[in-house]
Write a protein that binds this ligand. Structure first.
Ligand code: GDP
Length: 176
């Protein structure tokens, strides 16, 4: 029997960058052009294998609270990871990403895996944020970064696999 580990993941980022769409693609493999803004607390789970463990992601969506540019401390409490999303076609959303990182450092757990998702990479012909900028910034804060498209299912699995890899195993994997 593989051990199941529950990993709380909180989503951060401006309204409209595609947070709900990323979760919807990851959990249900579905994209909805008219996804309705989340009302009330929203929460989805998906379990994926990682080494000799199973990682059960408990993904918390902001329920629209991000428009106040701060979230209740309970939103972050106990999180193993945060996914901070920006929209590659909106420089503003990359600028605010840095505010979200600051907010996370102030109110989030001391040890937390930070994953940055540059979403809407299917729209790279109207890109405003170079991947190089995102990579440099991610490196400066010790975060992982990937460009995603919830619409075209690009790098969504990889985003969460990247998080899994940053979570130290409970028991070291024995070979043989
Ligand atoms: P949230 O407010 O951050 O949760 O963003 P939503 O998930 O509600 O998405 C906002 C808008 O962006 C919606 O109209 C989505 O259909 C659209 N969207 C989300 N992800 C993508 C993507 O990867 N590519 C494109 N082209 N549009 C996307």
């Amino acid at each position: 029997m593989m051990a199941i580990r529950e990993l709380k993941v909180c989503l951060l980022g401006d309204t409209g960058v595609g947070k709900s769409s990323i979760v919807c693609r990851f959990v249900q493999d579905h994209f909805d052009h008219n996804i309705s803004p989340t009302i009330g607390a929203s929460f989805m789970t998906k379990t994926v294998p990682c080494g000799n463990e199973l990682h059960k992601f408990l993904i918390w969506d902001t329920a629209g609270q991000e428009r106040f540019h701060s979230l209740a401390p309970m939103y972050y409490r106990g999180s193993a990871a945060a996914v901070i999303v920006y929209d590659i076609t909106k420089q503003d959303s990359f600028h605010t990403l840095k505010k979200w990182v600051k907010e996370l450092k102030e109110h989030g757990p001391e040890r937390i895996v930070v994953a940055i998702a540059g979403n809407k990479c299917d729209l790279s012909d109207i890109r405003e944020v170079p991947l190089k900028d995102a990579k440099e910034y991610a490196e400066s804060i010790g975060a992982i970064v990937v460009e995603t498209s919830a619409k075209n299912a690009i790098n969504i699995e990889e985003l969460f696999q990247g998080i899994s890899r940053q979570i130290p195993p409970l028991e070291p994997h024995k070979n043989g």
